[in-house]
Design a protein around this ligand. Structure first.
Ligand code: GDP
Ligand code: MG
Length: 565
């Protein structure tokens, strides 16, 4: 297909604003899938979602559409709809030339939409506002247009009114897409550069990589090289997603496709990496900009309640890792908890946003369900930075490895910029929530009548467990949030140990602000008293101890009664 007939676009929307429904309508209208296959939303297949876990993106789809007598190819490149994946969203967006900004006309813009629009603007995309759900009696497209103009500064002259559900405005959207999306640059004579925007592990075919060709052309059987990892493979199969995989022989600059090359783990086909040719005379001189390696931000200990399950747990984690380049784990051995693993996860909420749980817990639940395991997960911890008295500052993900107070100069913790968008009446409760979590107030703006955005800088540690749940409950579900990491800041942080009969249980140690240590230590002890398997101990004392410059001090002490044998 000549580049001038290709349009690559993505859809930006807040959850529930109608992205999947609209994608289905586009596929249906362009006859990419026959109607009966749409009985369940084709692109948003829940089974795949479950199988692939939290890194799922909607599938990419190629549509053919005849407009004014010309045949066009429209590639819908989807983005993960989750705050934790802003890097992956940004890679998907730079694979496109435009984005449909879908906003529920009865709701208005939400925090996550706003954040993704800024990523799209950074990537120089043309943004086409789409006011969805105009069939609803509460829809006020003019008000939402005003919001888009005032808050984002976008011209809404070319915006489209639609109802994805009722099938209104779909043809208009296709027409606007073709007219307003710039075609890709025709650079097929330059060296090959493909941007990877997604990859997943298929147990039968190995890793399937989705890419957008920025320059050059790729042929079936080519020897290829991943420029950032330096690994080489043979392009056994390439093809397009129409929307199921259809093999082709050649793909050229501007096109979107998939690749199968005997790759064994998604770590070797990382999002953001550049594919070029292996032969030195055909290699691109440099990789596409913006590559970054996903690093876990939150760590937690996982221990099988039955020591015999250790190997099953290791296998289960290895399996998850095939599909999650950011997941890391290492063996951890604790006197009280036995053998287990310390696991690092990418985001703060993972898929817990819907389940209302922290990352370790969601991963925990998944492991338990899929691999029939019974696990204990310790509280999630962020990655701290520590400066020892002697030597350079370093990063630390396991609180039990923190040097004693006399052997360290300072501890720093990651801060995030947090943006909340809420109806006015919840501003007070949300500010109180942020203040209770050591948030530093930065800014507040009125959007349109009745809606406000509030910005805080907040320690990530205060957000990792249940912040999102509290935000939702304090705003009756109406507020939305978005965050991005900004920097490390030194604080008066201390380690809290939990001890059984005076012996600290290293796996339960964590780092927190000194001001919170006593309250949280007490609370934790009371909770643990209920949870700790009593058969493990005869009669014992459970205590929480906070470090001070002169050693540890008890902040709570509880007697555990043994269950009668
Ligand atoms: P997503 O989370 O952005 O993918 O949103 P979905 O496409 O799953 O839609 C969320 C809900 O809104 C579903 O119950 C849809 O049926 C509904 N919905 C989507 N588009 C429309 C629309 O145009 N009108 C109305 N009334 N409901 C819609
Ligand atoms: Mg959806």
């Amino acid at each position: 297909v000549p580049a001038k007939r290709i349009r690559n676009f993505s859809i930006i929307a807040h959850i529930d604003h109608g992205k999947s429904t609209l994608a289905d309508r586009l596929l249906e209208f362009t006859r990419t899938v026959p109607d009966r296959e749409l009985q369940q939303q084709f692109l948003d297949n829940m089974d795949i979602e479950r199988e692939r876990g939290i890194t799922i993106k909607l599938q990419t789809a190629r549509m053919n559409y005849n407009y004014n007598g010309e045949d066009y190819v429209l590639n819908l490149i989807d983005t993960p709809g989750h705050v934790d994946f802003s890097y992956e969203v940004s890679r998907s967006l730079i694979a496109c030339e435009s984005a449909l900004l879908v906003v529920d006309a009865s709701q208005g813009i939400e925090a996550q939409t706003l954040a993704n629009v800024y990523l799209a603007l950074d990537a120089d995309l043309t943004i086409i506002p789409v006011l969805n759900k105009i069939d609803l009696p509460g829809a006020d497209p003019e008000k939402v247009k005003r919001e888009i103009e005032e808050v984002i500064g976008l011209d809404t002259t070319d915006s489209v009114l639609c109802s994805a559900k009722a099938g209104i405005g779909i043809e208009d959207i296709l027409k606007t897409l073709i007219e307003k999306t710039p075609p890709p640059l025709a650079r097929e004579e330059e060296p090959l550069r493909c941007l990877i925007f997604d990859s997943y592990y298929d147990p039968y075919r190995g890793v399937v990589t989705y890419f957008r060709i920025k320059s050059g052309r790729i042929q079936k059987g080519d020897k290829i090289r991943f420029m950032n990892t330096g690994k080489s493979f043979l392009a056994e199969e390439i093809g397009v997603l129409a929307p199921t995989q259809q093999p082709t022989d050649t793909l050229e600059a501007g096109e979107v496709g998939y690749l199968i090359a005997g790759i064994k783990t998604v770590e070797d086909a990382r999002v953001g990496d550049t594919i070029t040719h292996e032969a030195e005379n055909r290699r691109a001189p440099d990789a596409l900009p913006g590559y970054a390696e996903a690093k876990p931000m939150v760590w937690s200990g996982l221990f099988p309640t039955d020591a015999a399950d250790y190997d099953t747990l290791r296998d289960a984690l290895s399996k998850l890792k095939l599909n999650d380049a950011a997941l890391q784990f290492e063996p951890e051995n604790s006197a009280a908890m036995g053998f287990g693993f310390r696991c690092g996860f990418l985001g703060l909420a993972a898929h817990g946003r819907r389940a209302g749980r922290g990352p370790s817990l969601s991963a925990c639940t998944r492991l338990e369900r899929e691999f029939d395991l019974d696990l204990i997960c310790t509280a999630p911890s962020v990655v701290y930075q520590v400066k020892p008295m002697k030597g350079e500052a370093y990063f630390l993900s396991n609180p039990s490895e923190l040097p004693e107070p006399t052997k360290r100069e300072w501890i720093a913790e990651p801060y995030a910029r947090l943006e909340m968008i809420t109806p006015d009446e919840y501003v007070g409760p949300l500010m109180e929530l942020a203040q209770n979590r050591r948030g530093v107030y930065k800014d507040m703006k009125y959007l349109v009548e009745g809606r406000t955005t509030i910005v805080y800088e907040m320690p990530l540690a205060e957000m990792v467990t249940d912040f999102f749940d509290h935000l939702k409950s304090r705003s009756k579900g109406y507020a939305s949030m978005e965050y991005s990491l900004i920097e490390y800041r030194q604080n008066d942080l201390v380690r809290l140990d939990v001890a059984v009969n005076g012996e600290p249980v290293d796996a339960l140690s964590f780092i927190l602000h000194r001001d919170n240590a006593h309250g949280i230590g007490k609370e934790l002890c009371l909770k643990l008293k209920e949870i700790i398997p009593r058969q493990m101990f005869k009669v014992c004392w459970l205590s929480a101890m906070v470090e001070t410059s002169r050693g540890r001090r008890n902040c709570s002490r509880n007697r555990l009664r043994a269950r009668s044998a």
